[in-house]
Design a protein around this ligand. Structure first.
Ligand code: UD1
Length: 417
């Protein structure tokens, strides 16, 4: 069942409940390696990347109970420092094990993470950060070996390029290091704030997360605790687009509007009527087609690269011409070839595309290459003329909990073949 059958010409309307953030849950799961007591984590999204992270932790010796999106994790008896290749290669987030493992065991060995589906994704900034704190890094046969024969030492670190991944790696390594670490030019994503909040709950001393300067005063130990994962802002944005492209209305519940300020601005600009409450967002297209909007991705609080494919779809069927610039990843337009095969008028330039709206897309046999691109193609199938078949669907399962079920509840007709 690696294909979807999607009936087109659907209007997507109604309520959807947003799941926990995959990109917050992944680092948080790996940070449990630093703790010595049981931790209870709520709102865990049921997606394959998380299932792999759980398998990895279990392989290393963690005891994990999973009940209704609540994980009880006890890593106190963990005794393995080298996670297996067959699991680490499946998720890029496995790089986040390097820092807690070397902090805990004084050594770690990890296969270089994969994940080149949206361009080459180096990890040099993670490794440089660890070296600054006193870790010795050896690269051998596609493995990274990290060694620390004494406790890590706090440092003032300037990250050359804003990186979510490197900020998490350095912040976690500094948690149990001696003295003060200052991270400058840190990523400011809500997921970083959630990781810091989680570590503080366990006894860490981190301030400034959410700004570009994070201060971490090392502590001697992390304990147990309770944490609830923040809502997934990219899943929220994806469902808002689902309604926007089908002239529909939607209410996203259990979400956090303030994480989507720039996305909501662009949706308003495209003609959507948007209202927000404490934990909900309502979008109403009032049966109108969207207007084209220009997009330029940048680190948070800028426009998220993870919403770039979905907005290209919106622009493909919108009134007018738009330019979409991708500034984070070097190869994040692969999915556009599939949209072009559906009739979208897209011209790919270097790091930007020019899109001229067309009133209707037509169905086709589509192939997914990455997570956000796959969600975009599924939405495209829902509004195109005819029956669309989407192949390689393991991609969307990595990051969208019950995606088909949620879309079908809104009025889609999607089935496994
Ligand atoms: C995370 C998110 C991903 C999101 C991205 C940007 C997770 C699991 N993934 O990915 O969904 O699209 O943030 O918001 O949370 N870079 C380097 N060297 C490094 C690290 C990164 O050059 O050592 C570059 C990358 O190639 C990219 C840029 O920095 O051009 C930003 O990458 P980064 O923020 O680190 O993205 P990820 O953490 O991989």
């Amino acid at each position: 069942m690696n294909k979807l059958y999607i009936e087109g010409n659907k209007k997507l309307n109604g309520h959807v409940v947003i799941s926990g953030s995959k990109n917050a849950a992944l680092p948080i799961l790996f940070m449990t390696i630093l703790a010595t007591e049981e931790i209870e984590i709520h709102n865990i999204p049921q997606v394959t990347d998380i299932k792999i992270a759980i398998k990895l932790l279990k392989y290393l010796g963690a005891k994990i109970k999973n009940k209704n999106k609540i994980l009880y994790i006890d890593t106190s008896s963990m005794n393995i420092y080298n996670p297996p290749y067959h699991l680490t290669k499946k998720i890029r987030a496995s790089i986040w094990m390097l820092s807690p493992l070397v902090t805990r065991f004084g050594k770690a060995k990890i296969f270089f993470p994969g994940g080149c589906d949206i361009g080459c994704r180096p990890i040099d900034l993670h490794l440089k950060g660890l070296v600054s704190l006193g870790v010795k890094i050896i690269k051998k046969d596609n493995y990274i070996i990290a060694l620390a024969d004494r406790p890590l030492q706090g440092k003032h670190i300037y990250i050359e390029k804003i990186s979510v991944g490197a900020t998490v790696t350095i912040m976690s390594a500094a948690t149990l290091a001696k003295g003060l670490t200052i991270i400058e030019n840190a990523a400011q994503e809500p997921e970083i704030v959630d990781v810091a909040k989680f570590l503080n709950t366990l006894g860490a001393n981190i301030t400034g997360a959410g700004s570009n300067k994070i201060y971490i005063t090392g502590v001697s130990k992390l304990y147990g605790g309770y944490h609830k994962i923040i809502p997934d802002r990219i899943e929220t944005g994806t469902f808002l687009i689902a309604a926007a492209i089908s002239k529909g209305f939607i209410i996203c519940n259990k979400t956090e509007p303030k994480y989507l300020t720039n996305v909501l601005k662009k949706l308003s600009e495209s003609g959507a009527n948007i209202k927000v409450g404490k934990n909900w967002i309502k979008l109403d297209m009032q049966k109108k087609m969207p207007k084209a909007v220009n997009i330029s991705t940048s680190p948070y609080p800028g426009f998220p690269t993870d919403m770039q494919p979905q907005f290209t779809l919106l622009n493909s069927i919108a009134q007018g011409k738009s330019i979409i610039v991708e500034n984070i990843f070097e190869n994040r337009f692969v999915y556009t070839n599939e949209l072009i095969r559906m009739g979208a008028k897209i011209k790919i330039k270097k790091n930007y595309i020019v899109c001229t709206g067309t009133s209707k897309l037509s169905s086709n046999n589509l192939f997914c290459h990455d997570l956000r691109g796959s969600a975009t193609l599924i939405l495209a199938g829902c509004i195109a003329n005819g029956i669309t078949v989407v192949n390689n669907i393991h991609h969307f399962k990595r990051g969208y909990e019950s995606f088909m079920k949620k879309l079908n509840k809104l009025g889609a007709n999607i089935k496994y073949i």
